[in-house]
Design a protein around this ligand. Structure first.
Ligand SMILES: *[C@@H]1O[C@H](CO)[C@@H](O)[C@H](O)[C@H]1NC(C)=O
Ligand SMILES: *[C@@H]1O[C@H](CO)[C@@H](O)[C@H](O)[C@H]1NC(C)=O
Ligand SMILES: *[C@@H]1O[C@H](CO)[C@@H](O)[C@H](O)[C@H]1NC(C)=O
Ligand SMILES: *[C@@H]1O[C@H](CO)[C@@H](O)[C@H](O)[C@H]1NC(C)=O
Length: 534
């Protein structure tokens, strides 16, 4: 509070801003215009949005997605929905152009549809019974008419694999370089329950040979370590010379990271290189290596640690990415972590050129510059380059969000154009782009320019400033005349005044996120948009 008084005054004044306003028309909502106004974003611009309905789905429920670039550089996405897979092209202006859809293989549909692309084929698995694995040639999208989106049928598949225990698979993984696919988390049961007993591959890595995509077949599986929730399978390139050029799968196996040498895929592979866990592990969900060409570190997300862990920043409900030194594959070591600003569960993350693109449920897309990890494996030097929060409904909650399964499922940032595709559970799909990849510098405290001493109301001011600086948009009309006057402004609001308000806010610490009591009950699911930032 030494330097904070005047800021407190300023921010107290700002608390009085009236922010009630209209939410926008249905058409504006559908076009994404409303999103651009209400969703907080930093260093990321929104280009386009299409709802699930506009993407041809009747279900209004999204899951995984992936991208594909044609030989002549056009950019396409395959979009997972409850009732199938939608296809769209991202135009050179960043518009999402819906082209058609492939329905689910089974008769019911599922909340879980996982999608990867290997060469020109999209590979689609689902938790639905009798779904199997669909193989669809993305080249079929090259000549479609967006005016009449195409309804593909199963007859349009290049191939289909139906030998999963009951047709269900939690996830699909591909090794693009070696051109094969892996079904993971394939268990038994029926539409209402999952059963893990009596499975030949125990829900492990089931290898699919797709050299002839019309006739996929399985040479074998890796059952020894049991259920695999997700994996990354790569040709090993890194400092551990024992494995140079081997075919490696980094398995995210619920309670452990399990590294396999899967060079031999025939029969029942049991070549496990190492099995590792970490303090506070609750559900090891997914992860990614820092650099496929030099695999030295690994970033891991745990899906339940924000709710259940009794150690680390996870006890506050903050999404925590865990870092491992994998330079010795047989003995990998936990080295540190980095933490999101707002409460959320972290979900799928993918790294492109030193940036980690995370879909963190209610926190939306978070982009981290992770290039410092090789110098500083603690994660202390990793910074957030930008974010795009697609779920404003939870922004007003304690800790700026909620530890719940809602919001963004996946993103795809591997397009040359720089467009990033963000897919969500409730809304539909967004196209965004980073305006800069440099991590924004923390605002500098400059309160001396705005001094009207009214003491007290510290927490109120702190709350306002936390929100105001988190959004960092040029919301000129949010700064009322009297606050601008305090900062020396008058007349038409200017960007500079907003900058001064931000720097004044920089003098008080952001609201600390309190501990989140450990519970196994479901957290609240907010569905009402906050009435601010019109
Ligand atoms: C595709 O299916 C949708 C929804 O059933 C329908 O409205 C549309 O006319 C179909 N498109 C074509 C080209 O048949
Ligand atoms: C699924 O299996 C359980 C246990 O056998 C049974 O109680 C349930 O009715 C089954 N559900 C369906 C949809 O068949
Ligand atoms: C798939 O099978 C073909 C034919 O047996 C073989 O040549 C190829 O190496 C296999 N692919 C993989 C990734 O094992
Ligand atoms: C593979 O080996 C594991 C034990 O390592 C066993 O539990 C499983 O049943 C075997 N699966 C097959 C398909 O042989």
């Amino acid at each position: 509070m030494v330097n904070g008084l005047s800021v407190v005054a300023l921010c107290s004044a700002l608390m009085g801003v009236s922010r009630g306003a209209e939410m926008g028309t249905a058409a504006e909502y559908a076009s994404g215009a409303v999103h651009a106004r209400i969703m907080s974003m930093k260093m990321i611009d929104l280009y386009h949005f299409l709802s699930h309905a506009q993407l041809g789905s009747n279900s209004a429920r999204g899951s995984s997605s992936w991208g594909w670039t044609s030989e002549d550089g056009r950019e396409f996405v395959a979009i997972g929905q409850y009732d199938g897979t939608a296809f769209a092209e991202i135009s050179s202006e960043g518009k999402l152009v819906y082209l058609g859809r492939l329905p689910q293989y089974d008769s019911i549909g599922s909340n879980w549809r996982e999608i990867r692309v290997v060469r020109d084929y999209v590979v689609i698995g689902s938790e639905a019974i009798k779904h199997g694995v669909q193989f669809f040639d993305m080249k079929k999208l090259l000549d479609l008419d967006p005016e009449n989106p195409t309804n593909f049928t199963q007859a349009d598949l290049t191939g289909h694999w139906d030998k999963l225990p009951v047709g269900r698979t939690h996830n699909i993984v591909v090794n693009e370089e070696l051109n094969y696919a892996i079904a993971v988390g394939s268990v038994g049961g029926n539409e209402t329950i999952r059963v893990r007993d009596n499975l030949p591959c125990r829900g492990g890595l089931i290898f699919l040979n797709i050299t002839d995509p019309a006739n996929p077949w399985s040479p074998g599986c890796a059952a020894a370590a049991g259920y695999v929730h997700d994996a990354q399978c790569l040709v090993y390139r890194g400092p551990d010379k024992r494995y140079e050029g081997r075919d490696i799968c980094y398995g995210y196996n619920e309670d452990t990271i399990t590294i396999y040498d899967v060079t031999n895929k025939v029969g029942n592979n049991s070549n496990i290189i190492s099995v590792t866990t970490f303090p506070g592990a609750e559900y090891i969900h997914q992860g990614v290596v820092n650099d496929e060409q030099n695999q030295e570190f690994l970033f891991l997300d745990d899906e339940f640690d924000e709710r259940d862990s009794k150690v680390g920043p996870m006890t506050k409900g903050l999404p925590t990415t865990h870092i491992f030194d994998i330079r010795d594959l047989e003995n990998i070591k936990y080295t540190g972590h980095f933490v999101g600003r707002n409460r959320a569960i972290d979900h799928n993350q993918y790294i492109v050129d030193g940036y980690d693109y995370q879909s963190n449920y209610g926190a939306g897309l978070n982009v981290w510059d992770i290039r410092s990890v090789t110098e500083d494996p603690t994660g202390g030097s990793i910074c957030e380059a930008g974010f795009f929060d697609i779920y404003p409904e939870d922004d007003e909650m304690e800790g700026g969000g909620t530890v719940a399964f809602l919001g963004s499922w996946s993103s795809y940032a591997n397009f040359k154009s720089g467009f990033i595709f963000v897919h969500t559970i409730e809304r539909g799909s967004f196209v965004v782009k980073m305006t800069s990849k440099e991590c924004p510098k923390p605002a500098v405290c400059g309160s001396d320019r705005c001094s009207t001493a009214i003491s007290g109301r510290f927490q109120e001011s702190q709350k306002f400033c936390t929100t105001f600086t988190a959004r960092q948009r040029d919301e000129l009309n949010l700064v009322p005349d009297y606050a601008r006057a305090a900062c020396g402004g008058y007349g038409t609001p200017t960007k500079e005044e907003v900058a001064r308000v931000s720097s004044a806010c920089a003098c008080i610490p952001t609201t600390p996120v309190p501990e989140l009591p450990r519970t196994t009950s479901r957290p609240p699911v907010p569905t009402k948009l906050p009435d601010r930032m019109r």
